[in-house]
Design a protein around this ligand. Structure first.
Ligand code: SF4
Ligand code: SF4
Length: 123
């Protein structure tokens, strides 16, 4: 059984460069898109991402689209609450692979935390 959770000192989803996310307009409202773009720093990372601590410096007041909740994922992506777990794990794995690589320590820590087993290795 896998259960999504965010792991400390990852931050892979805080790399916001729009060129990496060409379908932003499909799931953000115009206001959210404006807010999203206002967060993108020159290096593509969110301006609120603390690269040293590898965490969010405005965690308690972070935008709605940064929050992994049944409501946000249903609203943004049309994901039913029952499918949130699997979808969120897949999202994190994609972000982690993009930023740190498929075999990175970050991927290993994430997979271990959520209890994910590579189907290719479990046969
Ligand atoms: S990619 Fe996933 S595990 Fe990493 S910081 Fe974002 S939500 Fe957390
Ligand atoms: S506001 Fe915080 S959680 Fe959202 S992208 Fe920026 S650093 Fe990450």
């Amino acid at each position: 059984m896998t259960t999504w959770q965010c792991v400390a000192q990852c931050g892979a989803c805080c790399f916001l460069d729009p060129s990496e996310r060409p379908d932003l307009e499909d799931y953000l409202t115009p206001d959210q898109l404006q807010q999203y773009l206002s967060l993108v720093g020159d290096d593509g990372w969110c301006i609120h991402y603390n690269a040293e601590a590898r965490n969010c410096s405005i965690y308690d007041t972070r935008p709605e689209f940064c929050r992994v909740t049944p409501h946000t994922f249903e609203t943004m992506f049309g994901i039913a609450p029952d499918d949130l777990n699997e979808f969120a794990i897949d999202c994190c794995q994609q972000h982690i692979e993009d930023q740190y690589g498929e075999s990175s320590p970050e991927m290993e820590r994430f997979n271990q935390a959520v209890g994910w087993i590579d189907p290719d290795l479990s046969e």
